[in-house]
Structures are given as C-alpha cells and as structure tokens.
Write a protein that binds this ligand. Structure first.
Ligand code: NAP
Length: 246
C-alpha cells in the first residue's frame, strides 16, 4: 500500500515509483516513545509505518497530533511492508508487560517472507520497569540478571535483535537528534546487537536520525543501557560511551 498521491500523469507515477523504492521503517507501539521515534525519522525523510492496539482508522487522529506523516497500519502489515520496501527494520516500542500480545510474525512476516535472503532487524527500544507484570519468559531472564533484550531476541528469533533507542527519553529525543550537526557534535547513543550486519543497519538509521551511534558489542553488552545502568537518560558524547566499551 503506497501513500495516496495527488495529481495525475507521468509526474505522479514517477513519484509513486520513487516512493515505492524508499525504505519504510516499522514502529510497533504508538505511545510516547513510538511517536517520538516516528517524528524524528519523518523529519529525516524516512517513511514510517506505525501500529498500536487500535485499528489504523482509529490511530489516524492520534498520529495527526503526535506523528503527522506516519502511516497507520495494522500490526500484521508491518513486516510485509518493511521487508518488501527495505531491509526490514522494525522498532519495538510496546511496554514489556504487553509483549505476550506482540506476535513475532509482525517483525519477520508470514512463512512466504521467511525465505528472503535478508533477515529482518528488531530494534528493541523497551525497558524493564519493576512495577510491570512481565511475561514469564521475560521475568525468567530478568531474575537471572540477563539483559531483557536477550529474552526478547529469543522470542523474536526470526529477526536479528539490536538494543537501541531505549536509553533516551521521548522528552529529549527531538532536540537531541540533529542530522545537521557533524557526528562528533551530536548526542551519542549506544547500541548492542546479536549480528554485526544488523548493528550496521541500525547504526545507519541512527546516523540518519541525527545521532552519533556507538556499538557496545553483543546483546549482553547492552545491559549497561538499561534503566539502572550508567548510560540511561544521560546526555552523552562518544567518549563517554567508549569509556564502557570493553
Ligand atoms: N517514553 C519514553 O521516553 C521511552 C523512551 C525510550 C524507550 N521507552 C520504552 O518504550 C516502551 C514503551 O513506552 P511508552 O512510554 O511509549 O509507552 P506508552 O506511552 O504507554 O505507549 C505504549 C504503546 O504500545 C501500544 N501497545 C500496547 N500493547 C500493544 C499490542 N499488543 N500491540 C500493538 N501495540 C501495543 C499502545 O497501544 P495503544 O496506543 O493502542 O494503547 C501504545 O501505543 C517501554 O518499554 C519504555 O520503557 C520509552
């Protein structure tokens, strides 16, 4: 499904072709975090599909206010569109207590898509808050003091998982992201992932959004990005994060 275009004739069909080639990033969750991520990506010229528990028609009004220009979609559409229109990057911005309701297929797609050569990427932007009643598989990991993203990677096993964007507040996101600045003058953000290629794809996205991304290494290294870790909610430069890279 392409965005509706106005106008007729060859110009509008060329526009449609260009639009068809542009990658789409999916966002699961249209709350404070999901809409803030969408606003920053849209500002950077990245097309965004976003879903919530509400059907697209009901979401449209909410997005007019909180993420104008984002495409409201049904959750099942996210994988199909992100994988047919780009490298299949989907940001998870649903509270962890709701994750049993989030189907892994929303990221990796139905059977037919699974034979595609490029594995999709789940950007885990979620956090563990101890007042939430977590799904058993996630609580078990938290009890073992494992990073929550490792359990999330296990659940979304059809995708590579990259922990990112969880340690910056939606209040700060738009001001902190600045693609006009040179990399060294931008706010640095950390990421950690279970596949180098996927980490590279997410780094590219974060650079386009206007950050200076710093890879910590594998998912286990992302533990320091969690709410009780030293990177959480702090305005950081690259050197601050590199201090923690082993
Ligand atoms: N807020 C921040 O500054 C921030 C920053 C970085 C990371 N995070 C993390 O991101 C996660 C979400 O936080 P938030 O503050 O954005 O929460 P929020 O404002 O409560 O929004 C949650 C969103 O998830 C949607 N949702 C819930 N269950 C769903 C389901 N089964 N399927 C699809 N969508 C579903 C909700 O849908 P409805 O709209 O239909 O209810 C809502 O749009 C948390 O883990 C949080 O720690 C938050």
């Amino acid at each position: 499904m392409l965005r509706a275009k106005t106008g007729t004739g060859s110009e509008s069909s060329q526009d449609s072709e260009r639009s068809a080639e542009q990658p789409v990033v999916g966002v699961l969750g249209a709350g404070r975090a999901g809409t803030a991520f969408a606003r920053v990506m849209l500002r950077a010229g990245i097309e965004v599909d976003i879903c919530s528990t509400r059907p697209p028609k009901a979401l449209r009004h909410h997005l007019k206010i909180y993420a104008p220009g984002a495409n409201p979609v049904r959750p099942e559409e996210v994988a199909v569109r992100t994988r047919s229109r780009g490298p299949g990057v989907v940001i998870l911005a649903v509270p962890q207590e709701e994750l049993d309701e989030v189907e892994p297929d929303w990221v990796s797609g139905p059977e037919a898509l699974r034979t595609r050569p490029i594995t999709p990427v789940l950007v885990d932007a979620t956090n563990t808050w101890h007042d939430e009643l977590l799904p058993g598989w996630l609580q078990a990991a938290v009890d073992e003091q494992l990073p929550s993203s490792m359990a999330i990677a296990g659940r979304f096993s059809g995708a590579h998982t990259v922990k990112a964007l969880n340690h910056i507040s939606h209040h700060d996101l738009e001001e902190a992201a600045n693609p006009e600045r040179a990399l060294k003058q931008r706010r640095a953000v950390a990421l950690a992932g279970d596949d180098n290629g996927a980490v590279g794809r997410v780094m590219g996205l974060l650079v386009r959004m206007g950050f200076d991304p710093v890879s910590l290494g594998g998912l286990a290294a992302g533990k320091i990005m969690e709410p009780d870790g030293p990177l959480f909610n702090r305005s950081l430069r690259r050197e601050d994060i590199l201090h923690y890279v082993r």
